[in-house]
Structures are given as C-alpha cells and as structure tokens.
Design a binder for this molecule. Structure first.
Ligand SMILES: [Zn+2]
Length: 480
C-alpha cells in the first residue's frame, strides 16, 4: 500500500516537473518539438478539456477551477502570508517552550535568549513594513496649467502596437458628431487610451530616461499615467509601482522603491534568525551528547534487543526520536538558512549595484530587442524607399540611445557607486526633498513615428500603416 502511494506521489511530482519544464522552456509559437509540446499543453489540451466539460454539462467545474486559480495566483490573497506566520512564529514559540529551558549550556550563553527575541521582533516588524507599507504606487500628479489642452485627446505616442489601434479608435469616434464626454469612472484600458496621459506624481519623477532600458516617456495603458523610469505596472497591486522589483507572494505585496529597504531588512533578519536557530538547536544537541557521554555508550535496539556501538548516525537517530520538534526546527532552519543566505546575498549585490530584479530580465532581453529593432528599421527604410519617401531622419540622441542598448556588457545608467546606491535603497529618492534631489519633467509621450515604432518593436502592419499615413498627409499637403 505504502509503495503504491510512493509510486503515485513520485510520478505526480515527476509529471509536474516535466509539464512545468515544457511550459517554462518551450516557446508555444515556435515549430520545434518542445514548442509544439508547449502549445499542446497550454492551448490544445485545455480547450479540449473545456469542450468535453461543456459537452457533458459540467461547465461549472471549469468555472470553479478557473475561479480557484484566479483567487490563488492572480489576486492578492493572504494564504501564503498566513502560512509564513504559522511556520515562523509558531516555530519560534515551540523553540521558546522546548529549547529555551536548555539554554544556557556549554555551547551557548544565557544572553543569546533575549538577543533571539530581539532578532525575532526585527523579523516581525520588517515583515509588517514590507507587507503593508506603500511600495511607491505612482499616482497621477497635478497637470500643469496651460499644458492641459494639447488637443484634448490622448497623444498619439502609444507604447505598444495596441496604441495604434487605440489611436485609430480615437479618430473614428472623434469623427462622429457631438461631444464625447469622458465619464468619471472610466478605468478600462480603452477609456484610458482615449484620454491624454496624466503626469506622474512628481515625487517619483527623480531619474531621466536612459534611452535603452527605459526608452522615453510612455503612458501606462492601464492607469493612464506617464510611467517614470524603473516603474512597472503591477496587476496584483492594481497600479504602477516605482522602482518595481518584484511581486512577493510571502509578503502579498509588490516590492518597490519605498519598501525595498524593508524587504532587505526582512531577508537579512530572517537569514540571521534561521542560522541562529540552527546553531541554538545544535548547541542543545551537542551539550546533550557531551553531558550523557553518548559517544562512549552502547545503544540498544528496543525492538530486536540488539546492542549497537555509538556512532554519529545512531546518536542522530536517538536524538531525533527523543526531540522530534527541535530536530524539525533545526533541519528547517539549516535548509532555509542556507537558501536565504544565497537569496539575501543576491539582493545585497543588486542593491549595491542599483539593479532591480525586474531590470535583470530587461538587461537579458536587450540584445534580442536590439536585433529586432535593427530588423524593423531596415523594413521601415525599405518600405519608405518603395513608397518614394525620403529616409527617416535620425537625431544624435537616438544614435546614443541605440549605442547604449547594444553595449556589451550593458551599461547601468542608475549605478552611482556602492555607497550612493545603498543610500538610495535606505533613503529612497522619492522621499528626498526637491532641493536635495531635483525632479525631472518628463512631458507627454512623443508622437508615434517610425523611429519610436522601431524602438518599441512594432510589427510590419503598423509600419505599413504609418507609411501610408505619411503618404496621405503628404498628398493632402501637396494639394493645399
Ligand atoms: Zn499602471
């Protein structure tokens, strides 16, 4: 029975790893075997299951499953947070009950007891701050007087090719007679796409666009603000987060400009507490081995009556059966402690070099992006030549930005030296006064021209449309 259960559990884990590996590594739109397998798992299989459930009248199973996935993975929820609290604070309470009476011992002095409580309190405070403090949600700022009426509509500079569609929708709707009032509760992407981009809260406008990682002012298609460099829209948080690092399930919150310091404190304090716990448990076990002279003794197997000379393996088994709770705590502390040493070290390096987790992905995507950009530009020029249009004019700034984008190793525009970088984490730029850290006025996103489109990696249809648009404009200008 046990072996059958074991086979089922191991096959389940194996299957899960295979499926996760295929989905994670295979591009579903490529024609390789891995790509086709990925497409099958992500598209063909789910839709077949869905059709089957509908055919047997059990569509509710699908709705319930999707609802559960949405609740657990796509919405903020405190499930993991609660699990973390039970594991961490529950574990500490168990240690106070079972471990504290066995300290001091020959390997650990009494003063470690209050220090342990202090470190645990730092863990708790950093957890609360990192979970519940404002990570730096970028809210819209005040629109400057005079700058507001720029045609009244959203600027043509759309971030994505979807922007072109939005711009077309705008012109179609504008062609209808009568006013087009914007409702106060308009929040959907299409509605936002129709209005002018809102300036971001100036406290977050602290850094210039570098032209490579962050190309230039662009509007967030969901919340409508001009996104400051290093910010990213976080669906879980429902807004753009300044200096977005990542969304943390343990904290049930995004880690951003204003909470990265609390996140680092959270990592450091938990690393310390875990290693501390592992050492404290070891001190208890070592003093027990020492006190009872276990290495010199002979152990007896209670089931068979067999006498066994002492060895580290036998002593471990003996301690395990006599102190299962403390042993569990020690193993958990040691394993998680080692994992956290690596993770904390990684984040300290990121902080010291002024890179966010989000930017590590952006850096690795830069070469691909540059190649794509070059291909798009070539296509643009061919299309323009075929249509009899002059080549696109390029500015020195565009050339500089492109050189930055293809530089190897990539240039980090935000790196100001280790001390300044760490100071920036501890004392975020958005919380500094304007005298100390002047704000940048980004202005509205630029109009969508071929150059911007190439930078954003637009597709052939977008380019064709732009070329046709320019041809039409030219012929209208020529007739006038
Ligand atoms: Zn946003």
């Amino acid at each position: 029975m046990v072996s059958v259960l074991g086979v089922v559990v191991y096959s389940g884990i194996f299957l899960f790893l295979v499926v996760a590996g295929i989905i994670g590594c295979g591009n579903p739109y490529s024609s390789t075997l891995l790509g086709r397998a990925s497409y099958f798992l992500q598209a063909t299989l789910p839709s077949a299951i869905s059709r089957w459930l509908h055919s047997i009248g059990a569509a509710w199973v699908q709705d319930a499953a999707l609802g559960a996935v949405r609740m657990c993975c796509l919405q903020r929820n405190p499930i993991v947070q609660i699990g973390y609290c039970i594991l961490t604070f529950g574990g500490f309470i168990v240690f106070i009950v079972l471990g504290y009476p066995r300290i001091p011992n020959p390997y650990m002095a009494a003063w470690h007891k209050p220090i342990g409580i202090v470190v645990m309190l730092v863990c708790l405070v950093s957890f609360l701050l990192a979970s519940f403090a404002d990570p730096g949600m970028v809210k819209p700022g005040e629109r400057k007087a005079g700058a507001a009426k720029r045609g009244g509509k959203r600027p043509k500079g759309a971030k994505t090719k979807g922007g072109l569609r939005a711009a077309e929708a705008t012109s179609k709707r504008a062609a209808k007679p009568g006013p087009h009032p914007k409702k106060a509760d308009d929040t959907g992407p299409d509605d936002v796409a129709e209005c002018e981009a809102l300036p971001a809260d100036p406290s977050f406008c602290t850094l210039p666009f570098d032209g490579a990682l962050y190309e230039g002012p662009a509007m967030c298609r969901t919340c409508g603000v001009v996104k400051p460099p290093r910010s990213k829209h976080c669906n879980m948080m429902g807004g753009c987060v300044a200096r977005f690092d990542h969304y943390c399930v343990w904290l049930n919150a995004a880690v951003g400009e204003r909470t990265y310091r609390w996140f680092l404190l959270y990592l450091i304090s938990h690393t310390v507490v875990l290693l501390y716990g592992a050492v404290a448990c070891a001190s208890i076990f070592l003093s027990e081995i020492h006190e009872h002279r276990m290495l010199e003794r002979t152990f007896v197997n209670t089931r068979t009556g067999e006498e066994i000379p002492a060895s580290y393996g036998i002593i471990f088994q003996f301690l395990m059966s006599n102190n299962p709770e403390l042993m569990m705590i020690q193993v958990l502390c040691a394993v998680m402690g080692v994992v956290l040493v690596g993770f904390t070290g990684y984040h300290i390096v990121l902080a010291a070099t002024n890179v966010t987790t989000n930017e590590t992905f952006k850096y690795s995507a830069l070469p691909n992006k540059a190649r794509h950009r070059a291909r798009v530009r070539q296509y643009i020029e061919r299309r323009r030549e075929a249509a009899g249009l002059p080549p696109t004019r390029r500015t020195a700034e565009q050339d500089r930005a492109e050189a930055l984008a293809v530089s190897d190793p990539p240039i980090n525009p935000f790196d100001r030296g280790v001390l300044a970088n760490l100071a920036e984490v501890i004392w975020p730029l958005s919380l500094r006064s304007e005298d100390e850290w002047p704000r940048v006025d980004y202005g509205p996103p630029p109009a969508l021209d071929a150059e911007t489109l190439a930078a954003q990696g637009g597709d052939a249809r977008d380019i064709d449309r732009l070329v046709e648009q320019e041809l039409r404009q030219r012929s209208v200008a020529a007739r006038e």
